[in-house]
Design a protein around this ligand. Structure first.
Ligand code: M6R
Length: 364
């Protein structure tokens, strides 16, 4: 049931505040602001012994995995690699001692991710999964499963599964950081309290849907869309570009902002829309200097930020509600999903059933 929405994708975008709140309530004791130990995948001893994490996934779930890499390295100071499952399964992966593998999959049935799980298990590694579908193959075959409580995701384009996967990585990163002594109990409480404010901040973005729609009406004729950002904003760019191309068939690419000048900037002219994401304080100035470079080459510009920034002439700015830098991507993606949705709508595409795509890729 679409419950009054024109498409499942839009309904699922709007379900995100509820999905985040449900997932939070499952893993967090909201009275004491602590994590429910029996629902988290590591004991203190396992967390202390952990030397390496490898995340395997495909598509949007892989992008959530890249966020996981960034969050766990930043907060818990554990080396993490994120691998595309179709590569991992055939690569000369070296299993190291005290390494744990995390598989991410909405459906729990993606063939390449299932194969990656089986390879890791064959190597004798402990495998944890983040899944949305209860009792799915990956959930059954892994040593521990953390469910996203997103509810059924019908649209081919993944939205609420992605944001809840990111949320689980935020919780895992905070838990590991706390167990390893990188984050005090008080700091953990502050972070959890901020996460509990995310649903309300998502609602603030959803309330801007008409503004997003109007912007896409003006941009629907552009020929290319480049999403740029640094660090976690680069990972949001990857997800935004995938979302846009899969449902609107518009050419889009994501670039780490500092990479543009190594080739891609040659493509930029006034038919290009550049969407710059600037939420990460440590690289804000650097990203803004890249924004200036593309502006000087005539690109149309949209800027997403939760910081006070000097807005370049003629740029459109969408304000992201303020939060901790580590949590900003879970908010920016809501704007970027709406953007992809309305672009596809303007271009008359079959949003819930894009051409050549299936919801679950169960063959190689
Ligand atoms: O079910 P999974 O999370 O394993 O699916 C992985 C990808 O096939 C999926 O995320 C795909 O990239 C989506 N269509 C993206 O919106």
């Amino acid at each position: 049931q679409k419950k009054g929405f024109d498409h499942f994708m839009l309904k699922e975008i709007f379900e995100q505040p509820r999905a985040i709140a449900d997932t939070l309530r499952h893993y967090v004791d909201t009275d004491t602001l602590t994590l429910r130990r029996d629902r988290m995948p590591f004991t203190r001893k396992q967390a202390v012994l952990l030397r390496q994490l490898t995340i395997v996934a495909c598509g949007t779930a892989y992008h959530a995995g890249m966020m996981g890499k960034s969050l766990i390295q930043r907060l818990a100071r554990i080396p993490v690699q994120a691998e595309i499952a179709s590569e991992y399964r055939y690569s000369e992966t070296l299993a190291t001692e005290n390494e744990v593998v995390i598989a991410v999959s909405q459906s729990g049935e993606t063939a390449d991710t299932v194969a990656a799980v089986r390879k890791a298990k064959k190597n004798g590694q402990r495998v944890i999964s983040l899944c949305n579908v209860i009792g799915s193959t990956i959930a059954r075959e892994t040593d521990a499963v953390l469910y996203t409580l997103a509810g059924p995701e019908i649209a081919v384009a993944s939205t609420k599964a992605y944001s809840t996967q990111m949320l689980l990585f935020e919780l895992i990163a905070l838990d590991l950081a706390n167990l390893r002594g990188e984050l005090s109990d008080e700091e953990l409480r502050e972070h959890l309290a901020e996460l509990l404010r995310i649903p309300e901040k998502m609602e603030q973005i959803l309330a801007q849907k008409d503004m997003v729609k109007e912007f896409t009406r003006r941009m629907k004729d552009c020929e290319d869309v480049f999403f740029i950002g640094r660090l976690m904003d680069y990972y949001s760019s990857l997800e935004a570009a995938l979302k846009l191309k899969e449902i609107s068939y518009l050419h889009s690419e994501a670039y780490a902002a500092g990479e543009l000048k190594h080739g891609t900037i040659a493509m930029i002219d006034d038919t290009t829309l550049v969407v710059a994401i600037a939420t990460q304080e440590s690289v804000l100035e650097k990203t803004m200097s890249n924004v200036e470079e593309v502006r000087a080459r005539g690109a149309r510009l949209l800027l997403l930020s939760d910081h006070e920034i000097a807005v370049p002439a003629k740029a459109e700015v969408w304000a992201v509600p303020q939060t901790f830098d580590a949590f900003a991507p879970i908010l920016t993606i809501v704007y970027l999903q709406l953007f992809a949705y309305y672009m596809a709508l303007q271009r008359g595409c079959d949003i819930d059933k894009p051409r050549n795509l299936a919801k679950s890729v169960t063959v190689e």
